[in-house]
Design a protein around this ligand. Structure first.
Ligand code: SF4
Ligand code: SF4
Ligand code: SF4
Ligand code: FES
Length: 949
């Protein structure tokens, strides 16, 4: 099976509008100016052999296999590095060409192990193909002379191996690392015969800058760089196109299979979000799907100290329905609720909220977006009229100024970070607003023009000051504002923003950002051409998260940077389907498509379709559910694919609330931290077992295709439907496609979305309807979704979470490339080779003050709690600020985060916690309790008894 489903044209497509016609082997072909002769020849249907060229990389011209004859030119030019010229007549086959090509191949093969039959790449090797294509029958040179056949393999990377004996030094890997990934980890060391691919200084991949994205492996034409899974299990036999289940980039992949077994995931060249690129998680970290920890049978128990009983699906669903009804009979209709998952498909999420609204009879449904991007929904809806990012990812290719606020793209959204880096290498300017020196501030061939290294918690003061400079220095785009925005709201905002207290000189003492730097960054944003803002959880997870989102939207409107390619306001969504879970009506106050539950017209549309009366009162948000559980009015919760006990702030409060429930139902792949408090466990299915759609950060709806049957026997949507039926509200679907048809029927922005339409178009960016039948890459083009854009006054109100003598440092949190969120998936893969514990990053000055050395155990205590981590001294931090990740449950990062939250949406203030840090010699009391409880719960699962009836 070929590793690429489509033709490799040898060099990238060119976008020029000027067209050139040439003749190749007598066939006329018209291509954009700047196209290579190689590409034109392949487009004309000629078979030109090539080795160093591939259409994801710029041509290099080293192998000399693609030589052609061009009428009127001397010699045999390399077609990959020769550009088409009007009227050119090209010949790709002749006796002379055949002779030269055979000679080239002979040289390659004379220094290559002839073990094709036992080689892992047998059947998927371009060298093998080219030997056949040029008709090589004999090799005149023996293996007696100098060769590389016994060169040592590098097996340091857990996912792929490098065998120099199979390397033809084509440089494709080096160029992929530079051009596609932007990491520059590889070089060709030495010259001539001694040339060898080398990773970093020491030459080994694991000790180099390599981030294990796999681009080099994909580019390699031989078995020199190859996936270990292919070496171990053989070449794949068939494939399915599906979508990554990690981050909001939503990369498209070919799941390459043998039977029901995934052999490798190869980024899909035609994937519109990733264009054939990937990161270590999507490319390699999928082994968790069949990890031994997967729980494959439903389980129930009366109390959380009881052993689990393994039961049939019928028993588990019957028991759950009976418990939910019993609790509603005793405590009232509102005593139960459900949590949807941003890991699950749109169709599964839609059914979950329907279950709550139609079968539970209330609106107690919420989603993990509560703790990440709920302020995005609120802020963008209020200003622009739609709760979503404004652009497609490709828009970055037209940006002249990129502003990254509170996001760490190289770790959180790596494939998009590569696209950003490419644009920066082309000359775009970069402003980074972040308390920490993230990789984008200073990396290979990327350097931020301005890094506004603010104090955590002062985002709004910074965005106001940027706007102040723009207004004060006459840089507002007045014509855009007059035409597109509400005049009264703008006038009010302008008066507010020009107040002297918003000047950078006035905010500098609070923010720590030098006024002159901020002024220069503001001027660049306003005058540097197309300016695009990309932001992340460093914006939303604050007490003023929604205010900051509105401040960003204000800035884009004030400078006219909205409504075309290269500009916009772009939340980098965290989880694979967080956009989708919000779109599908997962919030307690909104039906699918962000329509308020109190709107009688919308409600009646759903009521008549669903055949049930809906409650017009918004339900409980997650923090309200916890509070209600503790005060005794909320008694049962169905949690699908979310680990509340690890991911929500103030862990001790959360676990107390979970313990107070009479029936906690968890549907997941593993016994996660929340499941340790559960009474019913329903095994969930991984993305490889799912059929449906995910929606990425650019509103792109893509298919997730089932490549193997659900390991527990039931798809997640079937479980929800069965539970609904058991509760007396039958749902009638035969497939997820039918669920999507219902979503489209009831949601105007999805009216044109169907599985058939996605099949035809590859993927669709909503809104997709009669106005935009093929979707909407860029929103707010002619007018804002809400009509006129609305400027909002964004008063800076400092958080209540203040440093003082007792808690003198600020803790902020974030993610790392190799691990993912609560780590349930990535911790069960070889990704732990890069990151096997959460550490506390601390500035050397703060460490020195406390006598802390790198690697010491340190206690971190806040007003909410205390935990212990190992210290990592880092200049990335500013003095006074410490940082940690939250991928390992035993780290207890959320034991210390507080219950402070965004004023509008209750999104927790994860990014600002006042703490003290000191050297310690033992785990915290919480960690000790956690360890004992976890061991007890794991024993209860290990000792489960099957009681199928
Ligand atoms: S895996 Fe990616 S980062 Fe590592 S060397 Fe290859 S292309 Fe570069
Ligand atoms: S490792 Fe593969 S891609 Fe890199 S130079 Fe060798 S043959 Fe070419
Ligand atoms: S960038 Fe995100 S979507 Fe793409 S492969 Fe990595 S984790 Fe998956
Ligand atoms: S493919 Fe053109 S020189 Fe290698």
């Amino acid at each position: 099976m070929p590793s690429s489903e489509s033709i490799d044209y040898g060099t990238p497509a060119r976008a020029s509008e000027a067209l050139v016609t040439v003749e190749v082997d007598g066939v006329p072909v018209t291509v954009p100016a700047g196209t290579s002769v190689l590409r034109a020849s392949i487009e004309a249907g000629s078979n030109v052999p090539k080795l160093c060229a591939t259409d994801s990389l710029e041509p290099f011209g080293s192998c000399r296999l693609c030589l052609v004859e061009i009428e009127g030119r001397k010699g045999f030019p390399a077609s990959c590095t020769t550009l088409v010229e009007a009227g050119m007549r090209v010949r790709t086959q002749s006796d002379a060409l055949a002779r030269i090509r055979r000679g080239v191949m002979e040289l390659y093969i004379s220094d290559h192990p002839l073990d094709c039959l036992t080689c892992s790449a047998n059947g998927d090797c371009e060298l093998q193909d080219m030997a056949g294509a040029v008709g090589l029958r004999e090799v005149r040179y023996g293996f007696d002379g100098a060769n590389h056949l016994s060169a040592r393999k590098d097996v340091s990377n857990p996912y792929f191996s490098f065998d120099p004996s199979k390397c033809i030094v084509c440089s494709r890997c080096v160029r992929a690392c530079e051009e596609v990934q932007g990491t520059y980890a590889l070089t060709i060391d030495a010259r001539g015969f001694a040339s060898v691919v080398s990773a970093g200084q020491d030459g080994r991949f694991m000790e180099s800058e390599c981030v294990s994205c796999g681009a080099c492996v994909q580019a390699c034409p031989t078995a020199a760089l190859i996936e270990n899974s292919v070496i171990e299990r053989g070449q794949p036999e068939h494939f399915h196109i599906t979508t990554c289940a990690y981050c909001g980039v939503g990369c498209s992949f070919r799941a390459e299979m043998r039977g029901n077994e995934v052999i490798r995931m190869v980024p899909h060249k035609d994937g519109r979000a990733n264009h054939g690129h990937s990161c270590v998680k999507g490319r390699f970290a999928w082994g968790y799907a069949t990890h031994k920890d997967r729980i494959r049978s439903p389980m129930i128990r009366k109390k959380i100290t009881d052993p689990w009983r393994e039961v049939s699906w019928e028993q588990a669903i019957g028991y759950t329905a009976a418990e939910f009804r019993r609790i509603q009979d005793v405590y009232g209709r509102n005593a139960i609720g459900g949590i949807t998952s941003s890991r699950c498909t749109n169709e599964e999420t839609y059914l979950m909220q329907k279950l709550v609204r139609a079968a539970f009879g209330n609106n107690n449904v919420d989603t993990c977006a509560r703790v990440c991007h709920s302020p995005t929904g609120y802020g963008l809806k209020a200003t622009l009229g739609e709760s979503a990012g404004t652009q497609d990812f490709d828009s970055i290719g037209s940006a002249d100024v990129i502003m990254i606020i509170g996001a760490n793209p190289t770790d959180g959204h790596p494939v998009f970070a590569s696209a950003m880096k490419r644009r920066l290498r082309e000359g775009a300017k970069l402003i980074v607003v972040d308390p920490r020196a993230i990789d984008m501030v200073d990396g290979p061939h990327v350097h931020a023009d301005y890094h506004l290294q603010l104090r955590p918690g002062t985002n709004v003061a910074v965005i106001n000051s940027i706007a102040h400079v723009i207004a004060q220095e006459g840089l507002l785009r007045e014509s855009f504002i007059a035409q597109r925005c509400e005049p009264q709201a703008f006038a009010t905002w302008k008066k507010f923003i020009l107040e002297p207290r918003n000047a950078p000189e006035a905010t500098e003492p609070m923010t720590g950002v030098p006024a002159e730097t901020l002024r220069a960054a503001a001027r660049l944003y306003a005058t540097g051409g197309n300016a695009a803002i990309y932001y992340g959880l460093g914006v939303t997870e604050h007490s003023q998260g929604s205010t900051m989102v509105m401040g960003i939207a204000n800035l884009a409107m004030a400078t006219g940077n909205i409504g075309r390619a290269g500009v916009g306001v772009n939340p980098l969504r965290g989880q694979n389907n967080v956009q989708g879970s919000c779109d599908m009506g997962s919030f307690p106050h909104e039906l699918p498509g962000y329509r308020h539950i109190a709107e009688a017209k919308t409600r009646s549309l759903f009521e008549s379709d669903w055949g049930v009366a809906l409650d017009s009162e918004p339900g409980l948000r997650i923090p309200n559910m916890f509070d209600a559980a503790l005060d005794g009015s909320f008694k049962a919760l169905y949690v699908q694919g979310e680990d509340l006990a690890q991911s929500d702030p103030n862990t001790q409060h959360v676990t107390a609330a979970l313990t107070a429930l009479e029936c906690l139902v968890v549907q997941d792949l593993f016994l996660n931290e929340t499941a340790k408090f559960a009474h019913v466990f329903l095994p969930g299915s991984s993305f490889l077992e799912k059929d449906g759609t995910f929606t990425n950060a650019e509103r792109r709806v893509s298919r997730v295709r089932k490549v193997m049957p659900p390991l527990a026997g039931m798809a997640d949507w079937e479980v929800t439907a069965a539970l609904s039926e058991a509760m007396g509200y039958p749902m009638h679907y035969e497939s997820p496609a039918q669920i999507m048809d219902e979503i489209a029927r009831l949601t105007p922005t999805f009216a044109g979305v169907s599985f058939a339409a996605i099949e035809r178009l590859g993927s669709i960016q909503w809104p997709c309807n009669a106005v935009a039948p093929e979707g909407t890459p860029v929103m707010h083009v002619e007018e804002f979704v809400r009509g006129k854009g609305r400027f909002m006054v964004t008063e800076f109100i400092p958080t209540d979470e203040k440093v003082n003598e007792r808690y003198p440092l600020i803790l902020t949190t974030g993610r790392i490339l190799s691990q993912y969120n609560v780590g349930a998936q990535t911790r069960r893969t070889a990704n732990i080779a890069w990151h096997d514990e959460d550490r506390l990053e601390i500035h050397p000055h703060d460490a020195q003050d406390r006598g802390i050395q790198d690697g010491d155990w340190v206690g971190i205590c806040s007003r909410a709690g205390e935990t212990v981590l190992r210290a990592c001294l880092s200049q990335r931090m500013q003095p006074g600020v410490v940082y940690t990740t939250f991928h390992f449950p035993g780290s207890g990062a959320n034991v210390i985060t507080t219950e402070n939250s965004d004023w509008a949406t209750n999104c927790p203030e994860y990014k600002v916690t006042a703490v003290q840090v000191m050297r310690v010699s033992q785990p915290s009391q919480w960690q000790e309790r956690f360890r004992r409880f976890s061991e007890q719960q794991e024993r209860l699962v290990e000792n489960r008894k099957a009681v199928h009836t």
